[in-house]
Design a protein around this ligand. Structure first.
Ligand SMILES: [Zn+2]
Length: 307
């Protein structure tokens, strides 16, 4: 499209002035938009296919701005896996660059898994992109990853099928373990309150009421109106604790915690994994870390100690 052309020209110019050292590693044939999707893709792709990300681990996937090394990596790639449903507003620039040789796959939009709608804010009632926060949603991504890899690299079909089946099994086990860990939280404490509404799928899967200050990280976050709405809610109900995510600013929920004298806990990991030495070093570790934090702060431990 015409309006995309100036952006591409700028990007190409920027790319040419970069030193070779700064350029993306072109040995990666498969690109994932962010760390959580990379983890799932790696599980199916195996070690023979290099997988890299557009958004570095720890950064906010919603607000990323495409960099020249990203563009170079995309030029050399066979497949870009992204989430879709508006998670990556910057994906339009990659769509503009893509030619017939690039497979662009939106996992959430292709997954056989019913989307929820965004809870509050500017994008309320649009499909909620954070589907991977339910292991069953992640398993639906794995189905799409398997199919896409087989279409692109048919000679490795058998290996992809085997690893995808193993991954689905591991995700089912994880789901079972999370359910067991969280069932100790008393019914009256099952209120999950976060800064961004990134845990709606998790809340639905494990039986929590859910509230958040804003709907999605790409909107204007922490507006006076959104803060007021959360204040109103917290004046009507007192969850045992409030939570914030690693990619959300801390200050907004901290303000609510101070005003209400409720505990503040975090970070929950939702929109990125942590570094390899952190608590969310891979997908199962991310969800287990979140479950442990909820268990601790929503009274799971206290309830289980009672005779
Ligand atoms: Zn998010």
């Amino acid at each position: 499209m015409d309006n995309r052309a100036p952006w591409i020209i700028t990007l190409v110019l920027m790319t040419t002035v970069c030193s070779t050292h700064a350029l993306g590693d072109t040995s990666f044939k498969v690109i994932a938009s962010f760390s959580v999707i990379k983890d799932l893709v790696k599980r199916v792709a195996g070690d023979s296919i290099g997988v890299t990300t557009i958004v570095p681990t720890g950064e906010d996937v919603h607000r990323w701005e495409l960099q020249p090394p990203n563009a170079l990596a995309v030029e050399e790639a066979d497949i870009v896996f992204y989430n879709g449903y508006g998670l990556e507003p910057w994906i339009r620039h990659i769509e503009a660059m893509a030619d017939d040789s690039l497979t662009l796959t939106a996992l959430a939009e292709s997954a056989d898994y019913a989307p929820l709608t965004i809870l509050v804010g500017q994008y309320q009632d649009n499909p909620d992109p954070h589907m991977w926060m339910d292991p069953k949603g992640a398993a639906a991504y794995v189905d799409v990853i398997e199919k896409t890899l087989i279409e692109r690299y048919p000679e490795q079909a058998e290996a992809f099928t085997t690893r995808a089946a193993e991954t689905r099994e591991a995700l089912a086990l994880l789901d079972h373990q999370l359910r067991e860990r969280l069932e100790g939280i008393p019914q009256t404490n099952r209120m999950l309150t976060t800064s961004e509404a990134s845990m709606a799928y998790f809340a639905r899967a494990y039986g929590f009421d859910y509230a958040a200050i804003w709907g999605i990280g790409s909107e204007t976050i922490g507006s006076a109106q959104a803060m007021e709405a959360m204040s109103m809610l917290l004046s009507q109900q007192r969850p045992p604790a409030l939570f914030y995510e690693s990619t959300s600013p801390y200050i907004h929920m901290d303000a609510h915690a101070r005003a209400t004298e409720l505990s503040l806990a975090g970070p929950l990991y939702t929109d990125t994994l942590s570094d390899t030495d952190g608590p969310a070093y891979n997908y199962p570790a991310m969800l287990r870390h979140n479950a442990e934090l909820l268990h601790e702060y929503l009274g799971g431990a206290r309830a289980e100690k009672q005779p």
